[in-house]
Design a protein around this ligand. Structure first.
Ligand SMILES: Cc1ncc(COP(=O)(O)O)c(C=O)c1O
Length: 420
């Protein structure tokens, strides 16, 4: 399995080393990606566009994203322009089907506010392993609309119970909303399972929503082939787009009118009419009030890097490094909580270790950044900016720590709260 060249690292800006180590190894792509090297210039471009053009920037700014093209862009068009140029290829779908969103929470809230969802049935099928932006939203809306959550328990290892979800889908299903990768398990739902769930949902005329936060940007996707209705995710993590940048894909022809649509998504926003009118461009109906422009200047710099590398190569690199990490873990006698099989493996792996918090803190003192869950799992995602040598170095340290117990006395270095 081939790796991206070590020079790939230089496409990203790396954190400052601390605690006397020379270099930091960042394995937390599942939380917040490293900063692409072009981001400082893009943020400068934002401040300059604001200064130079002021209000007129809403209509036109230089096309920093495609400098060689004649496409005209303005702040008004950025949510759809950047989605067409960068997010659609990232998801392998046609232009015109995606739009930038502030976060997944907003997208799910918009969907739930649409009468076309409630018209399809009285239940929304989810598992207890969904991220709160889905799981909590479904429960909150059940107080407002005549649609109840049908929460399917996960298996003891935290992975979705596909048979139980299939059993739960039926004539009452308005929507099925499932994670493509479990955020606590790192388990990727294989295409055959997704296809079976979509087919069952469609048989009962329900909508299918896939939360692809941890799959998009890490592998090629086949949403059209999967007959997906709605796919959502964010650019914060492996896509290195930072906060404020998420997206939604809506199947071509899906007519949906979120009651949360704001004036930015109206058919005639500057008519300031007394009645709202749904935009003909369905994806724009997922806009609320004034969009947060600054975040869009750093949204797709990382996507550009990944597309340039090729998503097949990104996936190969990620699998090659996680395979090496798994081999090291097994050599040390550690078990894997996340799947070993490649077709079920995401970019992140979880390794079972005792005193995982202490080990995570100890690794930090050595410049190796991972995270830990429930004091029982070490979570890591060796990604495109990581090398084989970094994985080896991390496991040398883990091996030493486990054999001599040094991590149990490690100082606590974390300054912030928990990370997602
Ligand atoms: C599966 C999944 N969905 C969604 C999110 C983020 O949701 P939001 O964009 O609403 O913060 C995360 C964050 O870690 C996640 O793991």
């Amino acid at each position: 399995m081939s790796l991206l060249p070590p020079s790939f690292r230089s496409k990203y800006r790396h954190p400052d080393p601390a605690n006397g180590v020379d270099e930091v190894v960042e394995f937390r792509a599942f939380t917040h990606g490293l900063q692409p090297e072009t981001v400082p210039a893009m943020m400068e471009a934002f401040t300059e566009d604001w200064r130079r053009f002021g209000v007129d920037a809403w209509n036109e700014v230089p096309n920093h994203w495609r400098p060689d093209s004649d496409d005209r862009v303005g702040w008004w068009s950025l949510p759809t322009y950047l989605a067409d140029e960068f997010v659609a290829p990232l998801l392998g779908v046609d232009p015109g089907t995606c739009i930038l969103q502030p976060h997944v929470h907003w997208t799910v809230q918009c969907l739930l506010s649409a009468p076309e969802v409630a018209a399809r049935g009285t239940e929304i099928v989810v598992t207890d392993g969904e991220f709160p932006s889905v799981l909590h939203s479904v429960q909150q809306w059940s107080d407002l609309i005549d649609v109840q959550p049908r929460i399917v328990p996960s298996q003891p290892d935290g992975r979705p119970d596909v048979d139980a979800i299939l059993d739960a889908i039926g004539p009452d299903t308005a929507m099925t909303a499932i994670s493509h990768v479990g955020f606590t398990t790192g388990a990727l739902l294989p295409d055959d399972d997704v296809r079976a769930l979509v087919r069952a949902t469609h048989r009962h005329e329900g909508l299918f929503l896939l939360d692809g936060y941890h799959s998009a940007s890490t592998m090629p996707l086949s949403l059209t082939d999967l007959d997906m209705d709605v796919f959502t995710g964010g650019l914060l993590k492996e896509a290195s787009g930072s906060a404020g940048n998420a997206f939604v894909y809506l199947r071509d022809g899906l007519d949906i009118t979120p009651r949360l649509t704001g004036w930015f998504g109206d058919a005639d926003p500057f008519g300031f009419n007394t009645q709202p009118r749904p935009n003909d461009d369905v994806r724009r109906r997922f806009l609320g009030g004034t969009t947060s422009v600054a975040s869009m200047y750093h949204a797709v710099e990382g996507v550009d890097i990944l597309l340039d590398a090729g998503l097949e190569n990104v996936r190969e690199h990620s699998l090659a490094l996680s395979s090496r990490a798994i081999e090291h873990a097994e050599r040390l006698g550690l078990s894997l909580r996340s799947p070993r099989a490649e077709q079920q493996r995401s970019a992140m792996i979880l390794i079972e270790v005792e005193n995982a918090h202490a080990l995570c803190e100890y690794l930090k003192t050595k410049g190796v950044y991972t995270d830990s869950r429930k004091d029982a799992y070490l979570r890591m995602a060796p990604f495109v900016w990581n090398t084989k040598a970094e994985v080896d170095r991390a496991f040398d340290i883990i091996g030493d720590a486990i054999s001599n117990g040094e991590h149990l006395d490690a100082p606590i270095l974390s300054t912030g709260g928990p990370v997602t």
